[in-house]
Design a protein around this ligand. Structure first.
Ligand SMILES: [Zn+2]
Length: 682
């Protein structure tokens, strides 16, 4: 079948689409020849019968790679128009290059077949609705994609081979440089080296990137950065947190060559994404590949520390929040010894005082399981407080000495860095002076600007010198005898401050936090308390478990028998008074009162004083009234007036009356009691 026979009048009525693409800007500028060839296709379309004005040229995608259709606006438009049946023929230099991605290519073929659109390239004219043409076009597309793949594989393979040998020349961070033989060396600039060393040493000392940044800023130290566009010049800038963490995470500083720390992938919208891989997934790692500022072990330790800090800031299990009101000394510091989660505080009132309990209930809340453990906090707080007071004196002295040492080393470092900075500025001023001296004085234009530069450098030198002197003065006053005395005083003041009732709970908590890293509690036969101090020291103690409320109320058996004996003769109120006078105390260590005595009665099934009296024949008001054949109110009236004696008991009938003897009874009846106001004696 020849080319012309594939073209119908229907095809000619539609437009001819010429798609022009150069995949890189370089090709666009240099490879004008292929552009020529692409425009030659246009003439071909005209000879095949398409009128000049029906030829649509799509060249939006010049300079875009064919690997994906996503960002190629022109290709998208082409597909849309073909789908709408506007195109009679699609032309391209090598049509398979329309799309170098099989999915895009096959989609285009499918749409062309459906809309009876022809495809034309330099090799010939194809009708995708014919099987043979379609097969050929499909193969062309596959080959084209394969070509790209092979090209890429060759490039990437070369890179990987070099990387495996550790010879791949990659951009290196500031502080490291390539020498003439392309080997990585430490930057010969002493100021850069010194700053990098100080940076890593400071991190080891203070432990957080944020603190390192703070120290650098407070001291006015600048951090080197490489100027952009590979000029190799060093700029001195303020250290930022981002820069600090990047530097700490960069394995090159540990003398390690590594490749493949990040992985890229494309999402459905064709955009490229990057992810940093965990250390074990890095593609190539070659330790001791070149000199570094820290060792590999240091690097691993630094990363672990950064991860810890990250967790502590709420990325994982949240650690201690700020100290709050409430007396729980260890709030936010307590860790469950069973499951390792943070324990929370719950308060309750015991004996009129707010008492904390430490509870591990995270899983209980989240997974509705049982509370992991529940430890009464009062005794723990007490014991920890006592231990702190006991331990803090030598501890604080140790810390104070450490601080002194650190300040000493830091001052030396600072002074060295500042002097280097002055030297650098001096050198630059000298350079500017020489440049000015060398210029022909008649060349006013140049001479003036060089003089201005020299002046500028001199001003900078002055400022740097002044700053250096100012800092040195400030440093020298930092360790006066007065301050040393105060540090020591603080250590000895601590117990006093701790015990002072005016010291608030919140401040006591702050003090505890300054000293303690965390406290682990574990309930066994007793309560295991493990203290971890900030410096890394640990201490372990075992406290008896707080008594349960039943255990607390358990009464000494001696008291029970004493109560039993006393109740024979005395009312509950009197019994309480007698017990207190005799020095007995309840299980909670409290004084006895009526309620406590009655509690003992109930708990040990003792008869109340009232029952005992009734058993002896004492009568309640109704019984007496029945006996005397009068109304109970009358009896109460007589008792209130002191006419008949009654005994008030602590139990139900209230007043009890001794049974009158028969003779007295007869006497009362005879005298018709209700009219008599004289006292009656039973
Ligand atoms: Zn737990």
């Amino acid at each position: 079948m020849n080319a012309e026979s594939k073209i119908s009048s229907e095809h000619l009525q539609r437009s001819a689409y010429l798609y022009i693409r150069q995949s890189s800007l370089h090709q666009v500028l240099e490879n004008t020849e292929s552009t020529e060839r692409q425009y030659a296709l246009r003439r071909r379309a005209v000879t095949l019968g398409w009128p000049e004005d029906k030829i649509v040229v799509i060249d939006h995608d010049q300079g875009q790679s064919g690997a994906s259709a996503v960002d190629r606006e022109g290709f998208q438009r082409l597909v849309a128009d073909v789908g709408l049946g506007k195109a009679g023929v699609v032309m391209g230099l090598e049509v398979s290059r329309l799309a170098r991605n099989c999915a895009d290519w096959h989609r285009l073929l499918e749409i062309c077949a459906l809309s009876h659109t022809l495809i034309l390239d330099e090799d010939g004219l194809y009708d995708p609705s014919y099987y043979n043409d379609r097969l050929l076009l499909g193969l062309k597309g596959t080959m084209s994609e394969a070509e790209l793949h092979v090209l890429k594989a060759r490039l990437v393979g070369g890179v990987h081979n070099k990387a495996r040998r550790g010879e791949l020349k990659m951009p290196i961070p500031v502080g490291l440089v390539y020498d003439e033989e392309d080997r990585v060396q430490l930057d010969p600039d002493q100021q850069v080296q010194q700053t990098m060393r100080t940076f890593f040493a400071t991190f080891v000392r203070v432990g957080t990137a944020w603190s390192v940044v703070q120290i650098f800023r407070q001291r006015g130290w600048k951090f080197p950065r490489r100027s952009p566009a590979g000029s190799g010049d060093i700029r001195w800038e303020e250290l930022t947190h981002n820069l600090a963490t990047k530097t700490l995470h960069n394995p090159r500083y540990a003398g390690v060559f590594c490749f493949g720390r990040k992985r890229s992938w494309r999402s459905a919208d064709g955009r490229e994404h990057w992810r940093t891989l965990p250390r074990k997934d890095w593609r190539f790692v070659k330790k001791d590949a070149h000199p570094g500022y820290i060792t590999w072990d240091d690097f691993v330790a630094n990363e672990a520390r950064l991860a810890d800090n990250h967790q502590a800031h709420g990325a994982g299990e949240s650690k201690a929040g700020p100290p709050r009101e409430g007396p729980a000394l260890l709030q936010g510091l307590v860790i469950c010894g069973k499951c390792g989660k943070t324990m929370t505080v719950r308060y309750h009132i015991r004996a009129g005082r707010l008492t904390p309990d430490y509870i591990c209930q995270k899983t209980a809340v989240e997974e509705t399981k049982q509370v992991c453990q529940w430890i009464s906090g009062g005794s723990v707080d007490e014991a920890v407080g006592q231990y702190l007071v006991k331990a803090v004196t030598p501890l604080a002295m140790e810390a104070a000495l450490k601080v002194q040492e650190e300040i000493q080393t830091r001052l030396a470092e600072a002074a060295r860095l500042r002097r280097q900075q002055v030297q650098r500025v001096e050198y630059e001023a000298e350079k500017a002076r020489v440049r000015y001296m060398r210029v022909d004085p008649n060349n006013r234009l140049v001479a003036d600007s060089l003089e201005a530069q020299w002046n500028e450098k001199l001003r900078a030198l002055n400022e740097t010198r002044e700053e250096c002197e100012r800092q040195e003065r400030a440093d020298s006053t930092q360790l006066s005898d007065e301050q040393k005395k105060r540090i020591r005083a603080l250590a000895s003041e601590f117990p006093k401050l701790w015990r002072d009732p005016k010291t608030q709970d919140r401040d006591r908590k702050r003090m505890a936090r300054l000293l303690l890293e965390d406290v682990t509690l574990r309930r066994e036969q007793d309560c295991l308390v493990q203290l971890r101090f900030k410096g890394g020291a640990t201490h372990e103690m075992r406290l008896p478990l707080a008594k349960t409320s039943a255990q607390m109320r358990k009464t000494n058996p001696e008291i029970v028998s004493r109560v039993d004996a006393l109740l024979e003769e005395h009312s509950e109120t009197d019994v309480a008074g007698i017990l207190n006078r005799e020095g007995w105390r309840s299980g909670e260590g409290l004084l006895f009162n009526v309620r406590a005595v009655k509690f003992v009665e109930r708990a040990y099934k003792l008869e109340s004083h009232c029952t005992r009296l009734q058993k002896e024949g004492w009568l309640c008001v109704e019984e007496l009234a029945a006996l005397l054949k009068c109304r109970p109110a009358r009896i109460k009236y007589w008792r209130a007036r002191g006419l008949i004696p009654g005994v008030l008991t602590e139990s139900k009938p209230g007043y009890l009356y001794k049974r009158p003897s028969d003779s007295i009874l007869a006497h009362i009846r005879k005298r018709q009691l209700q009219y008599s106001h004289k006292p009656i004696s039973f």
